[in-house]
Design a protein around this ligand. Structure first.
Ligand code: MEV
Length: 396
């Protein structure tokens, strides 16, 4: 799109916003019909998706504005019930866009599947045996889903970790699987179950759990930004003062898990909102992010902020197990439309976008927290919403 900067978008009625969006993105009638509806998931679809269905729960979907990621103008679909999150991310994205935008990337989408082998007479010998038949295991895993391998993905490696568990040494066989544009959970689980009997025979033990790991640390997404200090001036504070406050807030998060947890919650406000809007499994992303934060043994913030020369530099790195095909598209007819609004990213691009939105959410929160506080800092963002409820303008 030409520009993700849409001044006054928030002041429009929803109908006006939709017209503006249709004009900006040249969306056709069919996708437009999916937007602006209070429920896009039919009851029969809902009934087929889960068990014991009794209804459909709505969630507002909004657009994060002002984002520039790797030089691309980007509207970010976000689904969330919490006020201020979208406005705050958009405000931070505006500051960052004036400084050149976010840089973001993500690794090739690779998941880890785990096959646990217990009751091993000689764990080290079992490990050697498994590794010596690596190709056979991979071939069997890929036979479970040959089309993934045909598309350039599939099981690519086997690793073995020997782990003391309850007085015994277990072998955790890791199956590394390139999942391309899918999140990969079903694929990896099916492969783990498919290779389990072979692994059991090779290792001479007993296979127990066969399941993916949501600590998807082969699939990291990163985003960064550099903001000239004067651009941070806000709430009557100078740019350097605001930058110092942001850096001090991250220092506290590095020292205190109670603060780090809340810091990361604010980041996941943004990441999850994009995950939900794009039909992704936000619980998997949450679980992976928090386990990744604790990998050193002490729970750490997902972001780092520092002042270098005359700039505030921010960085985020986290595992993002997100897809843009398969189950994602079937979760709601709105998802393909929202992915289209986001520029039809592939899975790696979507993960990079999520990382940038997480960094923006953190910048907005720390900028307010480090100065006037979250209540006053986000008050202006709430004001429009309050006016909306007070005047009863719902449904527009
Ligand atoms: C609220 O949803 C998120 C914040 O608490 C994040 C933070 O404290 O960094 C404002």
């Amino acid at each position: 799109m030409a520009s993700s900067r849409l001044p006054g978008f928030y002041r429009l009625t929803m109908a006006e916003r939709l017209r503006r969006l249709a004009a900006e993105l040249e969306l056709g009638d069919e996708p437009m019909a999916q937007l602006g509806q209070s429920a896009t998931l039919s009851l029969p679809t809902a009934d087929a998706m889960i068990e014991n269905a009794v209804g459909v729960l709505g969630l507002p979907v909004g657009l994060g504005l002002n984002f520039v990621v790797n030089g691309e103008e980007l509207l970010v679909p976000m689904a969330i019930e919490e006020p201020s999150v979208i406005a705050a991310a958009s405000v931070a994205a505006k500051i960052v866009r004036e400084a050149g935008g976010f840089k973001a990337e993500s690794d090739e989408a690779r998941m880890i599947g785990q096959v646990q082998v217990t009751e091993l007479a000689d764990p080290a010998a079992a490990s050697r045996a498994i590794l010596s038949r690596r190709q056979e295991i991979l071939d069997q895993a890929n036979a479970v889903h040959p089309s993934m391998q045909a598309r350039g993905g599939g099981a690519t490696d086997v690793q073995v970790r020997l782990l003391p568990v309850g007085g015994e040494t277990h072998a955790l066989v890791h199956l590394l699987v390139a999942t391309q544009d899918s999140m990969g959970a079903n694929l990896v689980n099916a492969m783990c179950e498919g290779v389990a009997p072979l692994i059991e025979r090779i290792a001479g033990g007993r296979v127990r759990l066969r399941i993916l790991s949501n600590l998807a640390d082969l699939r990291l997404a990163r985003a960064s930004c550099e903001i000239p200090l004067p651009a941070l001036a806000a709430f009557g504070r100078s740019g350097p003062e605001v930058a110092e406050a942001i850096v001090a807030a991250i220092r506290l998060a590095q020292a205190d898990p109670y603060r780090a947890c809340t810091n990361n919650k604010g980041i996941m406000n943004g990441v999850d909102a994009v995950a939900v809007a794009t039909g992704n499994d936000w619980r998997a992303i949450e679980a992976g992010a928090h386990a990744f934060c604790a990998r050193s043994g002490s729970y750490q913030p997902l972001t780092v902020w520092s002042i270098e020369a005359d700039k505030l530099c921010g960085r985020i790195e986290l595992p993002i197990q997100a897809g843009t095909v398969g189950r994602v598209l079937r979760s709601s007819p709105l998802v393909p439309v929202l992915l289209r609004i986001a520029g039809n990213p592939n899975a790696r691009q979507l993960a990079a976008i999520m990382a940038a939105v997480g960094l923006a959410s953190n910048l907005a929160a720390l900028r307010a927290l480090g100065t006037v506080g979250i209540q006053r800092g986000f008050a202006a963002l709430h004001a429009r919403l309050n006016a909306h409820w007070v005047s009863g303008r719902t449904g527009r």
